[in-house]
Design a protein around this ligand. Structure first.
Ligand SMILES: [Zn+2]
Ligand SMILES: [Zn+2]
Ligand SMILES: [Zn+2]
Ligand SMILES: [Zn+2]
Ligand SMILES: [Zn+2]
Length: 249
């Protein structure tokens, strides 16, 4: 987004100008305008626009792409974002794309009309309906399942009918549906991840290799540069040990 000194500033009367983004009036003096456009609030407002699909149109209008509305003069970026319509759209979209590997940043920065699906390597025109269809599509579901396997300790087995979960030491049916059910809803599986992630948070301990490599038994402490048996007891002992605590990273 271009951000010249007068970006967002329009003439209002002989004595004052208006910042379209912040919805405030400023005395018509270079010093005052500079003070505003270099200020925190103005910069934060511009950041908010590029996180919410809002752009400056024809040098005097604010346009919100998700809501497909031009804001009136009484509106500011902040007042629009607080409104129900916009908040509902964002909430619905967050809900749809959570855990789906869909990147919406370029759309929200108003650089693209599309979102990008990282697992299907494809663009989808950004409407709630299109994205809902996409995330429920069978090809997308199986691409998500493929992506999640190495992050979840799931491995193929010789008979193609089943998959093996290393974390639970359990066999599951080899379908995207049963894999995703296992990852999202299996109590043992979910609790294992909650426990371990809780323990390693901020501790520089990595379990990626353990999850990705079928025969790897260890987690790795990057701080101490050593392996730790990958179970919650060993990891708990390690991260609470004095050696780990005193290690300089
Ligand atoms: Zn402003
Ligand atoms: Zn909006
Ligand atoms: Zn997809
Ligand atoms: Zn499991
Ligand atoms: Zn350590």
């Amino acid at each position: 987004m271009k951000t010249g000194l007068l970006f967002g500033i329009v003439a209002n009367s002989k004595t004052r100008v208006r910042c379209v983004f912040c919805g405030v009036y400023i005395p018509k003096a270079t010093k005052c305008i500079e003070e505003h456009t270099n200020g925190m609030k103005h910069k934060e407002t511009i950041d908010l626009m590029s996180e919410n699909g809002m752009s400056y149109y024809n040098d005097d209008e604010l346009y919100c792409k998700p809501c497909n509305v031009y804001l009136s003069e009484e509106d500011s970026v902040a007042s629009h974002l607080e409104g129900e319509e916009h908040a509902n759209w964002i909430a619905a979209m967050d809900d749809l794309i959570e855990g789906e590997f869909i990147n919406i940043d370029a759309y929200l920065a108003t650089e693209s009309e599309d979102v990008f699906c990282e697992v299907c390597n494809t663009k989808v025109t950004c409407t709630l309906q299109n994205i809902e269809e996409h995330v429920n599509d069978i090809l997308h579901r199986s691409n998500v399942a493929e992506k999640l396997k190495p992050l979840n300790g799931i491995f193929p087995v010789e008979n193609d009918d089943e998959l093996w979960c290393k974390v639970c030491d359990e066999y599951i049916e080899n379908t995207a549906r049963s894999l995703l059910d296992h990852i999202d809803d299996d109590k043992q599986h979910v609790e294992w991840f909650m426990d371990i992630e809780d323990l390693i948070e901020g501790q520089e301990v990595s379990i990626q290799d353990y999850l990705k490599n079928e025969h790897e038994k260890n987690a790795y402490c990057n701080k101490c540069q050593m392996q730790i048996l990958c179970n919650s007891q060993s990891i708990e002992e390690h991260v609470n040990s004095e050696a780990h605590f005193n290690q300089f990273s």
